[in-house]
Design a protein around this ligand. Structure first.
Ligand code: HAM
Length: 412
């Protein structure tokens, strides 16, 4: 028997309800902030990600699902921001809209070692606001993430924020780090020793305990920030305070992707074990320019849906629906039943029936398992009289009504 690839998941019907709820809630909240949906392909030129995420990043070096197609190298998308930026420019949204708020919901792919909360195919609810460098947008964006978590009934999370500053500040931070780590170089893990040479900021993302200790001892601060970036960061922090959003400033937070600058943030949750980030994001003021567009800023974030579901812990809901379940007794009733179901569905009333020729008792059990609100019972006697029994499962009341009145009765 075939099995699913490690790190992928089947979302079975009992679970799909929770996915639908989270996605529908997200769409509703995102619309309140005037975000509009954008759907981009799952596959892009691999070089798009090399260019934007950075060649020294974990994702580009180790985690891309690459597809060789003659001369071309494609990749399944490991994240959504680069694709959105590509599409924003390719479709001239910079010229027609300038500022725009976009969201996406869909699968992402990373060739990671699977574990709890870490998959090879996972799903993002992500959003990107492109075309502004204003600190008010940073505040609104983090506020939106908080609003989303509240609407998903997720509490007990922490918000960590930091500012990387402008590219020059990032360079200063890199130099400070290199300088600070020089004496400790031999104690760093093998990967970090390489990172010292090609992208020292990535050392701050290292999960190795001894590297973490060395970094902690550096007691990083915001001394790398220029006056403009410092005041931008101050405005963001004040704005979050004014919205009563609690956060911690975490100077080690740099995020594992090169396109970030200025504000970066991460949401962590205690239910999740080692993979504790339920979502993360930040500002990317050079990304659009880097891809050949105008010098314009952007900011966004993405939540991992699987991790949101782990954090929310709410049990799989039994779907409450208005399903009408028809039980027919005998051949003639079964034939008439097809017509009745057709009429119900044509009137937008969801209907189903038993296709196994089950006994009345088993069919009642199937109706119950399907979460049916109403059960219709049609036997030969009722058929002759042109009637049908209608049972309301919410209060177990039962009555016999004319078949021709059924649609009207159920619509009330
Ligand atoms: P990211 O931190 O790589 O950011 O991913 C965002 C979230 O996706 C993570 O916080 C986590 O919840 C979830 N996630 C990431 N990898 C996995 C995995 N292997 N399995 C399960 N869940 C995972 C980004 O992707 C940025 N594009 C976010 C962003 C948008 N920044 C600006 N705009």
């Amino acid at each position: 028997m075939f099995k699913r690839i490690p790190g992928t998941k089947d979302i079975l019907p009992d679970e799909a309800g929770r996915w639908q709820t989270i996605e529908a809630t997200a769409r509703q909240i995102l619309a309140l902030y005037n975000y509009r949906e954008m759907r981009t392909p799952l596959i892009e030129e691999a070089s798009l990600f090399n260019r934007t995420l950075g060649t020294a990043t974990e994702i580009v070096q180790k985690q891309m699902f690459l597809i060789h197609n003659q001369q071309d190298l494609y990749s399944l998308r490991p994240e959504g921001t680069a694709s959105i930026a590509r599409s924003y420019l390719e479709n001239n949204l910079d010229k027609t809209c300038g500022f725009i708020k976009l969201y996406y919901i869909g699968p992402m792919f990373r060739l990671e070692r699977p574990q709890k909360g870490r998959l090879r195919q996972f799903h993002h609810i992500g959003c990107e606001a492109i075309g502004s460098q204003e600190a008010t947008l940073d505040i609104e964006t983090i506020g939106l993430a908080v609003h989303l978590l509240k609407s998903f009934s997720i509490a007990d999370y922490k918000i960590k924020i930091n500012s990387l500053g402008c590219p020059k500040d990032k360079q200063t931070l890199s130099l400070n780090l290199k300088h600070g780590l020089q004496k400790e170089k031999q104690k760093l893990c093998a990967d970090c020793q390489v990172r010292m040479e090609n992208n020292v900021l990535r050392i701050l993302d290292c999960k190795n305990d001894s590297c973490k200790e060395i970094i902690k001892a550096l007691a990083l601060k915001d001394t790398h920030l220029c006056p403009d970036c410092l005041s931008h960061f101050k405005e963001v922090k004040n704005g979050l305070n004014s919205l009563a959003i609690s956060f911690e400033v975490e100077p080690q937070l740099v995020r594992g992707l090169d396109y970030y600058n200025r504000t970066v943030f991460e949401f962590t949750h205690s239910n999740l074990g080692s993979q504790d980030a339920i979502g993360a994001g930040g500002r990317y003021n050079n990304l659009i320019k880097e891809l050949g567009g105008p010098d314009t800023g952007g900011i966004g974030f993405a939540f991992g849906i699987e991790r949101l579901l782990l954090a929310s812990k709410s049990p799989a809901e039994k779907q409450i629906n208005n399903l009408v379940y028809l039980i027919t007794l005998g051949d003639e009733a079964r034939k008439a039943g097809i017509k009745i179901l057709h009429q119900l569905r044509s009137s937008n009333i969801p209907g189903d029936t038993d296709y196994l020729g089950s006994s009345l008792k088993s069919a009642m059990r199937a109706a119950n398992d399907a979460g049916a609100r109403y059960v219709l019972i049609l036997g030969e006697d009722e058929l002759k009289k042109g009637t049908i029994s209608l049972k309301d499962m919410s209060n177990s009341s039962q009555k016999e009504i004319k078949i021709q009145d059924l649609t009207g009765e159920l619509k009330c």
